[in-house]
Design a protein around this ligand. Structure first.
Ligand code: TXA
Ligand code: MG
Length: 523
């Protein structure tokens, strides 16, 4: 099919109206995003919308009207709350759901007994609906699953050859789709946030709820209040991960991620390739830019994208709602220490894994080094050790030999020593923790440091391999090596106590094992 590109002059709008009245499909601009319109009362025409978009048939469409009173024949009843919302927000970026009248067919309503109605404020949209002379069913004019189009160019990308005409009306003012509120439930509920905020709605009709799935996604056994909630949405080809962090932490994190792209605010200073989506304190600018930014990232060939997190209130709730879906709900939370605890038996090759993690941008904290330095740097610890074990200093410093003689062969004293040293070591490690970090801690569990870690990883290897490695590395006998290993936790212990396991025998594919773990954490 040849797709006509129309302008916004009267002649072209009349032509668009004619195409729609005759059962054809026309994409047109609205104040939110471009819509893909058909005569809402012509079920055959409406079916073609689902076909052109590749949209599941149970996902209902919004019916667009040109005059406030045109809602009356479409619904069972215009309730007082509906009337109040119409008076306050029509025309504008608000969609109201009410029980439907018989005029609304099964195809438009996706088989539901309700209908969604909206009256756009965009002048071109309004003229097109008037020219068609019928209510217009119109979803966003994108291929199902892709970001909604905020510029004519993206509609042309997605719909050329599939529909009769596209009106090029410039860029959309708001950039995210309308707020969808249902009045068909006991308490009015926002099913999709948009530029008309919860607070604005509440100021007109009192208490309004926000559906749980708006910010948190749907649980497996949950049924969707709005079928659109359950489908993958707004997803670019790139993998998007939201980074929950303040600006400085975000910048530091993203600058360490080789090969990644940043989806960030205008103010952010990043050294990786970037696409901005508005300004940090301007929610409306974020809404306007987001979908365009997602599409541009694909044009730039981005594979992994780290997005700065938007707020979740006001208009930004709409931005967050779209972005979290584009990210398939993957969030790296850097508001808490993001430290991976790396442990395992001697000879399993933890240092090698650390090297690999360092190459991938992690800050490595070597607990053995921290232990070595702790006696020189922590005066309070030195004092409490002297209180416990008598004068164990030489020239004012802890004498490790003296200390060793006291605790060696005395298990209870060794335990007391550890009880004093371990917390100091953990504190020091936490203070060294930059984002993201790996705590290289052979004695992670002995020290109780696992609780300070976001996730724990055990590095394991066959006993034979470990023995070979230790005898070579430390220049000790098989016997001595065996002895050392026998005092350590078993493989089963590590497997049951750690979140992840890396098998580090010589023939394992270590890079893949590491990347799989990091991928599952959002890297
Ligand atoms: O801003 C907008 O609303 C744009 C422009 C073109 O007007 N349109 C739009 O339509 O975003 P669409 O189809 O992409 O999104 C409509 C959303 C879907 O999530 C759908 O499931 C939901 O509204 N919806 C429609 N009718 C519904 C109903 N009766 N009950 C519950 N949800 C409904
Ligand atoms: Mg859509």
């Amino acid at each position: 099919m040849e797709t006509k590109i129309l302008s916004t002059n009267d002649e072209d709008i009349a032509l668009a109206g004619e195409i729609l009245a005759n059962g054809g499909l026309v994409a047109f601009p609205t104040e939110t995003v471009y819509g893909l319109g058909a005569n809402a009362l012509n079920e055959e025409a409406v079916k073609n919308i689902y076909k052109a978009k590749g949209r599941p048939s149970d996902n209902p469409l919004i019916v667009h009207i040109a005059y406030k009173e045109d809602i009356v024949p479409l619904v069972k009843e215009v309730t007082p709350k509906a009337q109040a919302l119409i008076d306050a927000f029509f025309p504008g970026p608000l969609t109201i759901i009410l029980p439907k009248s018989d005029l609304i067919g099964k195809v438009v309503s996706g088989g539901l007994d309700t209908v969604a109605v909206r009256m756009p404020i965009n002048e071109v949209a309004n003229k097109v609906i008037k020219a068609a002379g019928c209510p217009i069913a119109a979803p966003s004019a994108n291929t199902s699953g892709l970001p909604s189009p905020t510029r004519a160019k993206y509609v042309i990308d997605d719909m050329t050859g599939k529909i009769e005409a596209i009106i090029d009306g410039g860029d959309c003012e708001f950039g995210v789709e309308s707020t969808v509120i249902t009045l068909a439930t006991d308490t009015p509920t926002v099913l999709r946030p948009g530029a008309i905020t919860k607070e604005m709605l509440e100021s007109v009709i009192g208490k309004v709820e926000v559906a749980n799935a708006v910010l948190h996604g749907m649980k497996d056994n949950e049924t969707a209040a709005s079928p659109g909630m359950k489908y993958k949405h707004y997803a670019p080809k790139a993998r998007v991960v939201i980074v929950d962090a303040d600006r400085k932490t975000y910048e530091e994190f993203v600058n360490n991620q080789k090969g990644a792209f940043a989806l960030c605010f205008d103010e952010d200073e990043v050294s990786v390739p970037r696409v901005n989506y508005g300004s940090e304190n301007d929610d409306l600018s974020q809404a306007r830019e987001l979908f365009d930014a997602l599409r541009r990232l694909d044009e730039m060939g981005a594979k992994t994208v780290y997005a700065r997190i938007p707020r979740t209130t006001g208009v930004a709730m709409a931005v967050y709602n779209r972005l979290i879906r584009a990210a398939a709900f993957t969030v790296i939370d850097l508001t808490k220490p993001f430290t991976l605890g790396l442990t395992g038996q001697s000879g399993s090759g933890k240092s090698y894994i650390c090297k690999k993690l360092k190459e991938r941008g992690f800050n490595i904290i070597d607990c053995d080094e921290v232990v070595k330095n702790i006696y020189d740097t922590n005066e309070a610890l030195v004092k409490s050790l002297c209180n416990e074990f008598g004068d164990i200093t030489t020239d004012g410093k802890i004498d490790r030999k003296k200390l060793g003689n006291i605790v060696f062969n005395d298990k209870s004293k060794l335990e007391r020593l550890n009880g004093l040293v371990h917390p100091a070591v953990i504190d020091r490690c936490v203070s060294l923790s930059k984002l993201p970090s790996v705590l290289d801690a052979p004695q992670l569990f002995e020290a109780g440091a696992q609780d300070k870690c976001f996730k724990t990883i055990a590095v394991l290897a066959d006993e034979k391999t470990r023995l070979e490695r230790i005898t070579k590395r430390d220049n000790i006998s098989q016997e001595q090596a065996k002895n050392r290993l026998s005092s350590q936790f078993s493989e089963d212990y590590f497997k049951s106590h750690c979140d992840f396991v890396i098998y580090n025998n010589d023939d394992n594919d270590i890079d893949r094992e590491i990347d799989d773990i990091l991928h599952s954490l959002g890297f």
